[in-house]
Ligand binder design. Sequence first.
Ligand code: CTP
Length: 407
Amino acid sequence: MRIYKVGGAVRDRLLGIPVTDIDWVVVGATTEEMLAKGFRPVGADFPVFLHPKSGEEYALARTERKSGRGYGGFTFHASPEVTLEEDLIRRDLTINAMAEDDQQNLTDPYHGQRDLEARLLRHVSPAFAEDPLRVLRVARFAARYAALGFTVAPETLELMRQLSESGELEALTPERSWKEISRALMEDQPQMFIEVLRACGALKVLMPEVDALFGVPQPPAHHPEIDTGAHTLSVLQQAALHKQPLSVRWACLLHDLGKGLTPEEEWPRHIAHEFKGLKLIKAVNERFKAPRDCQELAMLVGEYHTHGHRALELKPSTLLELLQSFDVYRRPQRFEEFIAACEMDARGREGLEQRSYPQADYLRGAATAARTVAVQPLLEKGFKGPELGEAIKRERLKALKAYKDNA
Ligand code: CTP
């Protein structure tokens, strides 16, 4: 039995990046031998085991063949005869298809090291096409390693284009896709993920609503970059620069979907795009079964981001409606995330990245003003039920009027 470190751990060590997760491949062993050594099987018919102490993944060297559409449509062949080279050739990228023994001797039959130096994301073999999720993985790696100068090899992009056209991406489960999307959005250059998906035609399949934003103009006075797709990418980039959480990044990606629906004769104006976009945001949310906090924030940011920008001009009654819509009294964090998304939207414009966003503090102050209205005195006055609700609202409105007057 020979054991090698494989995949990301080898790649990242060679890149000088800290390694968090180690995957191992075992050559020349049977399932029975692994079980006898105390390894725990991961699934019933999957030749992957967890180490009894470290919990790291150990996979028997295997070959895979696609036997049907989608994931699950795989047959595995794991046996002691499968060689390390046979195992490595079925992997996605050359930089992920290197193995290392305990002396740090590298096995690199598909020239991963050369591609690391050339900063190229290149597929190992036509077997790449056997898992369509790899289209998203490559785009995610492009987002992660963009700062190091990595690009997708032209022949790999071509293969990704063919896969996107073949209809295979539709067979991906929402869970697998979301895992890639969410990880990609949390990278330092998430806009690169979207750009690569767009370049290979996968964006049109996965998120046609986002793809449709490219080529749609906006008024140059507010948007020097003009193109709505370019704007969306900049907003995402700002969100990463400002280390925003996943929910904010997701909301940033989807905030302007309504602009893709504007009839051409109305360009570059997008009247009521906030409201029109809601059904599209809902569709994308549901397509990937995004977590509830991401779904909620995307819908709220979609509907109210223009309110955020106009915060200082809003009437106290509109301000109150906004705060009520966010249930800011019980969900202060969500309102903070809304403010963050609005600020990223304001900064994601060409040449305006550094501008200040006084709306943020103004909105925070308004939330505090509304929140400080005490309920106890109203209870003491005898208000209850719906009347109490109305009284609280009146007091909050009063507080917001005073806040606006003093701002
Ligand atoms: N792999 C693959 N195709 C996939 C998933 C994984 O070929 N769809 C292979 C790659 O060789 C990869 C290894 O399995 O390097 C481990 O996969 P995973 O842990 O998902 O990715 P890492 O490469 O370790 O990358 P990350 O740092 O993102 O975890």
